[in-house]
Design a protein around this ligand. Structure first.
Ligand SMILES: Cc1cc2nc3c(=O)[nH]c(=O)nc-3n(C[C@H](O)[C@H](O)[C@H](O)COP(=O)(O)OP(=O)(O)OC[C@H]3O[C@@H](n4cnc5c(N)ncnc54)[C@H](O)[C@@H]3O)c2cc1C
Length: 493
């Protein structure tokens, strides 16, 4: 019997993972990707011997990656050469004080007690809560599909989910553990990974600092793009076909079916199933006939965006750790500028990545490869933001912050520079509003409340990726790929 066919739109992490599961299950799968290479947001570029991961730089939640690689029939540890990053982050505060987050609890105790006497006990209690949240979130929310309301709204499930403190905002919850604002920010800034401010994120997100300290932050040799290469090997072994530089212009539908897709070059492809990995709000806006859903999605909350600088430098900065975070005192105002005003804060918190500290091959000998990421608001509806000006301001802030670490000459040593603004994110990967993490992860947009992984009317049209369930992040995109492929296989039977 001829095997059923699937078209996947987009070779992001979710798309490649789903394609592999489906091909391993005997389906004929072709992935159409508009760009010339796979990976989507997990992208890279190289220049003059400098290698840059342009999207993700943090390998977090290793147990989740491990489990997902197992479901693909392989071992993460055999496929990736991983190195633990410890201290995970070097935090630098406005008053010049520093905190190195490490799994060495003796060092944490010494550092925390200097900042706020008695606070180490608070950390231990906070990590306990984080552990409980982590386990519950993975079991009840991430590793589960919510195909119908009853999958979510059971008495038992709701009682357990209530224990995740979804109704308390993360920052407010920190008062139960710490008084010192620097410590409250040190263990909540991770919310930005889901594109949320700690002032709107649920307290559930204490799971992130917990997993970072308990399970570690890691670095794959060759950078984060080596995950894409590994997934591509697995996909090709499973028989997935890829077509790059293939932009899908429309998903062809009739009353309640997707028939296939039309491409920008005028060609058409048909399949039994269409699976869209492109950002879900974009799919409804641009690839499907208008039915009100695109407008409904546009009204939802989107995660923030980022201005990123990629610098090839003819000098090394060995004192700069692999992951440095400059956290501003006006922490709340910072997030308000980003989420409410959709702009750049006056004194932004920002992140610096020096991959050559972890893998010397990321820069030529005696030189450095540096990435600075400054979180900013996503694109506004009225297009009133001046990204050229905001980019220049962000750049000045990075250099100013580096002065506090005694690095005063970076600008003079830059050989070349690449910059991404929210417009770049929108153009490169078709991310609506240039929002780097897609639909935000506020309470009303999580789990069953996130848009369904299947189109409500076209029963053979499915979605995978950051704006779908379970949400943003590399390992989460792999989970999304597995869950949707299980659903497709169940529903094809
Ligand atoms: C700056 C930044 C930093 C991040 N940091 C981290 C981190 O440290 N750790 C972490 O775990 N996660 C991080 N993330 C999040 C992570 O990268 C994403 O959640 C994940 O990669 C999303 O995968 P996805 O499956 O949604 O696919 P996407 O990456 O969205 O890929 C979708 C693909 O579809 C393609 N496409 C779009 N439209 C079309 C079309 N019409 N036709 C054909 N193809 C199309 C796109 O080109 C793209 O390749 C970061 C993201 C960004 C942007």
């Amino acid at each position: 019997m001829k095997s059923k066919s699937v078209i996947v739109i987009g070779a992001g992490i979710g798309g490649i993972t789903a394609a592999t599961h489906l091909a391993r299950g005997g389906l004929h799968v072709i992935v159409l990707e508009k760009n010339s290479r796979p990976g989507g947001r997990c992208d890279r570029f190289s220049r003059e011997g400098h290698h840059f991961d342009t999207g993700p730089t943090l390998f977090v939640m290793p147990l989740l990656y491990e489990a997902e690689f197992r479901t693909l029939g392989t071992s993460m540890h055999e496929r990736l050469e991983l190195k633990r990053v410890d201290p995970t982050y070097h935090l630098v505060f406005d008053n010049g004080s520093q905190l190195a987050l490490t799994s060495d609890m003796k060092s944490m105790q010494e550092q925390l007690e200097t900042i706020q006497p008695g606070s180490f006990r608070g950390l231990l209690r906070y990590l306990q809560e984080g552990e409980a949240h982590y386990k519950l979130v993975l079991e009840k929310l991430v590793n589960r599909d919510f195909r119908r309301a009853s999958d979510f709204f059971s008495i038992q499930n709701l009682a357990l989910i209530y224990r995740l403190k979804p109704h308390i905002n993360h920052y407010r919850n920190m008062s139960a553990y710490f008084d010192e604002p620097r410590l409250k920010s040190a263990f909540t800034f991770q919310d930005i990974y889901t594109g949320l401010s700690p002032f709107e994120a649920p307290a559930t997100f204490s799971m992130m600092p917990y997993t970072e300290l308990a399970h570690g932050v890691w670095y794959p040799k060759g950078g984060m793009y080596s995950i894409v290469e590994t997934l591509m090997d697995l996909a090709r072994q499973a028989g997935v076909e890829f077509s790059f530089n293939s932009t899908v212009e429309r998903i062809d539908t009739d009353s309640n079916h997707a028939r296939g897709v039309s491409l920008a070059d005028g060609s058409r492809l048909e399949a039994d199933v269409v699976l869209a990995n492109a950002d879900l709000p974009y799919v409804y806006q641009r690839l499907l006939p208008q039915d009100g859903m695109a407008k409904a999605l546009a009204r939802k909350r989107f995660s923030c965006s980022a201005i990123s600088f990629f610098w090839g430098v003819d000098e090394t900065y060995p004192d700069l750790g692999p992951h440095t975070l400059f956290l501003a005192d006006d922490y709340r105002e910072n997030f308000e500028y980003i989420t409410r005003d959709l702009s750049l804060p006056a004194n932004p918190s920002l992140y610096l990545h020096a991959p050559a500290r972890l893998d010397p091959s990321m820069a030529p000998p005696g030189q450095d490869t540096l990435t600075a990421i400054v979180p900013v608001g996503h694109l506004s509806e009225d297009g009133g933001q001046n990204w050229g000006e905001l980019r220049d301001q962000a750049r000045r802030h990075v250099f100013r912050r580096l002065w506090t670490l005694g690095i005063t000459d970076l600008e003079a040593h830059i050989k070349f520079e690449e910059t991404y603004t929210p417009i770049s994110w929108a153009e490169r990967y078709n991310l609506v509003k240039g929002s780097t993490h897609g639909l935000s992860h506020r309470l009303t947009q999580m789990a069953y409340f996130r848009p369904s992984n299947r189109h409500p009317r076209c029963q053979n049209l499915y979605f995978v990726g950051a704006s779908t369930h379970p949400g943003t992040g590399m390992p989460t995109a792999m989970v999304s790929g597995r869950l949707v492929s299980e659903r497709i296989r169940d529903e094809l039977q």
